[in-house]
Design a protein around this ligand. Structure first.
Ligand SMILES: Cc1cc2nc3c(=O)[nH]c(=O)nc-3n(C[C@H](O)[C@H](O)[C@H](O)COP(=O)(O)O)c2cc1C
Length: 335
């Protein structure tokens, strides 16, 4: 089905189901995993993005469930369910609960909410509900639940848009940097490199600062590191890269700690050696390849400056005996 102009009428007397699915999928949502149990106490659940809140007093929520869903049959028996708001780290779990596998709960840690419905404690938030009403609507049932208990955590939510999952943290970092120069640094602490993430479930990256941050040198990168408990002296430039998916130019320096680190947020700021690096959970391809190159070059004792040239890039050797060069030095030497 090709794209149709935003302003144009479809010209179809009836609504094409695939196109309808795509158009309603343009409404970006979070992702939930709705969990329940049947009269035998067996656990069931499905991934659902049709969740919405309905009423504040009484506290009501709804989710639209396809009538042939097995979880719906179970929910009708127990008349309880929980809505788990999925975190970025629960992408795999959300994919699993969107299948009709019989063993969706195998090796998944759950707890029981007050109603007995299973909950995933590491979700962004969860709501424990008693069935209030079921309203038939086309091929789905609108399941309305009264909230009896709930909790929220600190993880970042998973998103869904036009048939694909997305990480809210990726979108946050992209929108903050669009069109800018971003300053970033590899902080080396005895062979371990400092990485940070936006929150639990977020992707790990080098500490960075957008170039327009209040006119501070290097976008305030050094101030940010000092606040995080890793005061750093910036040394040489290690990589100049255009990050297309973030629409920014990244200037990545190498830095050394200028004092003993005392990280304020140890959950989200950590030093990693090559073996312990969460390679699959790094922000993007560039971060992964740059960090691999760094560890390799460090073990060989010589570094190179990577510069994007438009057709890939080139690496020039870096001479690691930096001399400081102030304005006064320049005036004295150059006249
Ligand atoms: C992101 C996403 C959102 C979904 N939202 C819904 C939904 O709101 N309602 C629904 O009935 N199915 C939804 N599904 C499909 C169900 O998860 C899927 O049909 C599942 O296999 C049903 O499992 P069950 O038969 O064990 O209940 C969604 C799937 C995905 C990937």
């Amino acid at each position: 089905m090709g794209d149709r102009a935003l302003t144009g009428a479809t010209g179809h007397a009836s609504v094409d189901p695939a196109f309808f699915r795509r158009v309603v999928g343009s409404f970006a949502t979070g992702v939930t995993i709705v969990t329940t149990l049947d009269s035998q106490g067996c656990l069931h659940g499905l991934t659902a993005n049709s969740f919405t809140s309905v009423s504040l007093a009484p506290p009501l929520v709804l989710v639209c469930v396809e009538r042939r869903s097995r979880s719906l049959a179970a929910l009708r028996q127990s008349e309880v369910f929980a809505v788990n708001i999925a975190s970025e780290a629960q992408r795999e779990l959300s994919i699993r609960f969107a299948t009709n596998a019989a063993d969706k709960f195998d090796s998944v840690q759950t707890q029981r909410a007050a109603t007995g419905a299973p909950i995933f404690a590491d979700s962004v938030a969860w709501l424990d509900c008693r069935l209030s009403d079921i309203v038939a609507a086309g091929d789905h049932d609108v399941v309305i639940g009264k909230v009896v208990d709930m909790a929220e955590g600190s993880a970042l939510p998973l998103g869904y848009f036009r048939g694909g999952f997305f990480n809210v943290s990726d979108e946050q970092s992209a929108s903050q940097t669009r069109g800018q120069t971003v300053f970033s640094v590899i902080v080396d602490h005895g062979g371990r490199v400092l990485l940070c993430r936006a929150g639990e479930g977020g992707k790990w990256s080098f500490p960075e600062a957008p170039g327009d941050a209040g006119g501070l040198p290097l976008g305030g990168l050094r101030e940010r590191l000092a606040e995080a408990g890793a005061p750093t002296t910036i040394s040489f430039l290690y990589s100049v890269d255009e990050i297309r998916h973030r629409e920014c130019t990244l200037l990545l320096y190498r830095g050394e700690l200028s004092a003993k680190p005392d990280l304020a947020d140890r959950e989200n700021w950590r030093f990693f050696d090559a073996g312990a690096t969460p390679w699959e959970d790094l922000l993007d391809y560039q971060t992964r390849m740059t960090l691999k190159r760094y560890f390799q070059e460090r073990s060989q004792g010589r570094f190179g400056l990577f510069a994007e040239t438009g057709e890939g890039g080139h690496i020039a050797p870096i001479v690691d005996n930096l001399r400081s060069y102030s304005k006064e030095d320049a005036e004295r030497q150059l006249g």
